[in-house]
Write a protein that binds this ligand. Sequence first.
Ligand code: 0A1
Ligand code: ZN
Length: 876
Amino acid sequence: MRDGNPAPVTRLTDYRPPAWLVDHTRLDVDLRDGHATVTAELTVRRNPAGDDRPGELVLDGEHLELLSLSVDDRPLGEPDYRLEEGRLTVPGVPEQFTLTSKVRIHPESNTALEGLYRSNGMYCTQCEAEGFRRITFFPDRPDVLSRFTTTIHADRAAYPLLLSNGNPVDSGDEEGGRHFATWDDPFPKPCYLFALVAGDLACLEDSFRTASGRDVALRLYAEHRDLDKLGHAMDSLKRAMAWDEQVFGREYDLDIFQVVAVSHFNMGAMENKGLNIFNTSCVLAHPATTTDAGFERVESVVAHEYFHNWSGNRVTCRDWFQLSLKEGFTVFRDQEFSSDMNSRAVTRVENVDFLVNHQFPEDQGPMAHPVRPSEYQKIDNFYTLTVYEKGSEIVRMQHELLGAEDFRRASDLYFERFDGQAVTCDDFVACMEEVSGLDLSQFKRWYSQAGTPLVTASDRFADGEYQLTLRQETPPTPGQSDKQPLMIPVKLALLDDQGRALPLDDSGATETVVILRDSEQTFRFPVATDRIPTPSLLRGFSAPVSLRYPFKEAQLITLLAHDSDGFCRWDAAQRLYFAALARIIDDGEDAAAQLDRLTPVLEQVIQRAGEDPAEAALLLTLPTETAVGDRHTPLRPQAVHDALSALRAGLGEALAASWWRLVEELAEPEYRADGEAMGKRRLRQVALGYLSAAAGAGRGDRDKLVAQLQGMLDAPTCMTEELGALRALVHNQLPGAEPALAAFAQRWRDEALVMDQWFAVQATVPGADTVARAEGLLAHDAFEWTLPNRVRAVVGTLVNGNPSAFHAPDGSGYAFFARALKKLDGINPQIAARLANGAARLQRLEPALAEQLSAALRELRPAASANLAEVLDRIL
Ligand code: 0A1
Ligand code: ZN
């Protein structure tokens, strides 16, 4: 695609079955210094189910140098075929034939990290969504499933390890110090699941016995220096394999399962059949270098990719519009796994927090699109929070509607019926309907309708009857102005003024689910109380909606103290915080004036923190600047920053004694990896965060705090503590911050993932001055534009996690952003386009800022790649 031109639009309604099928793909990949030669032998036949019968074969191919082409051993030359941008057309082919192509590609110069590329001296691939076309000519679409046999040739000394999908079937030496290996994958798969790795890697090996008694070899590969960081991923993998057998009845199907860690990777990880490829950040973990959050992420991503073996690989997507079929379902599966491995209530709150504060804004902004989009320009731009996280919520609602047992029967039916096929979201829902007898036709609007539904609740209480009226409305989104009512399950309970849940019917049940189907409905509950109850609404976050209800402060305090539902407790705390911040931001009240109201509430949570430190940490955490900004129109980042800083420092000072008590009581002499220890560390970090905010504002015992943080930096028990202390010093500009940064860099300069954190800590220092600091970081020796993790650590964190710097009043943050995007777009358009989403709040910004940001973006537009152009056009 030429610079500045958007890619042509692809539409769901234009879907046609493939005209040609490829039963078998034999690949031969010869890796040489400077280039690779790929020979592909495709066994092609006409698709009997194809609805048009072209006499020509059309294959996708990008950045390929065609060396030779033949049909059934008959060499072809132009004009026997046509080579155009992005595709190869071969006219006059028979009904069935073998097509052999030979191409040259250049992995060394592939900085887009799609197709075959190099990362730290190794070769690896990334084919989802449309990267395989950069390796060879092929029908690069997920509904063409082929059996792959792959032979790799390379220098033996430099690349002793040659891996591909499936089982190893042959290997041996070749002339000139070279060798080869052949892999055969017995399961037909779309080419986006193809993978190849060649390198010199260390291996952690283990095995897993499946429920039916087969032994599976498990091999995790990383650079030699990282071998000691693979244990947690291995444990997570084995737990995930056992869990999928128990909870979903899914057993692993090959004799070998391999995972390779690579430093240069656009996303988190990739579920290639039997050969997952991971961003190092999602697989390597060691207490000295990885925070507790990092450990949790490794566990969930390892599980996610493993679960794709069934939800995605055995049953795959018909077309890319169905992406959420595999992603939403697999996120649901990994969230359930994490809930079973850790605290369910805490995991749910973390997942909801992420959805509400990241996916909701996406769904309310210029990038809003349905979970099953109806059109796209570049599919890479649709690996979104909507497809993944909202998609998971849609599966979760079906789980709730059917109940665990029927859901399991329906998922069994889905896997059995569609094994080896490429199917649609409708096929998934049809299984749910068939098993349960439910009519989900209205429910399916969740897949096709974009936007966050707003549910407004109001209530009345008279003569022992509580009446709850729910109204729903989904605001218009780009390209979708008319919205239909959705089917919204609202789980609820009613609490009396002691916080006890009232029986809602004769059975004595204290929780129920009402289903809102119309624009407005009233539900009635006879309750044995004489005062209006406090509603506990949307328990467990039973639907991905924004709920409005005029809670009184006393009601929120009751919910926070007594509700048995973890989500509702957290939501009550969040509502109290947002209300206090609104009084500062909108009503001009003083932060100090909020303390009398908030401190008793926080004090109560702290008193009970021993029951569940991780939950207490969540309840005591103030919303981020971004989250607060999203609740005020127009967006005034500076006002939000000032309000939050003042509130945080005020709470730090007012509750100093309690925070210090937590810091002391929660200290652990030695590192432990279990959930309880992690919960304690988390709460301790929250306490230190408040104390540091106070100290940064010149309040409280600054010297004592700095000594505490210094002590943690000098003799850390783990990275959670070390990084937490560093962040506290640096973000609050406390004495010793700069030397601490220097010492940290000195200590960790050879650990890329730790250095990413070092960059990120600096790029997220609140305040406009950080833009200049970030410019300095881009000029640092260790900064690399070709390393996505590093770019995200500096540019991504500043743009998405540091509003008071990004929206610096002088526009310097926008200039920084635009320069970074321009530079990056020439290197890795996917990453550039992802980062560009940081500008999605443009239309909500106060006018002076909006004008500056849009000018910066408009300047980028003429030379933008197709990926970046699509995002810029939506935002502008
Ligand atoms: N399927 C992977 C995500 C993924 C998507 C695209 C990629 O490259 C452009 C890489 C990974 C997952 O859900 O984990
Ligand atoms: Zn996935």
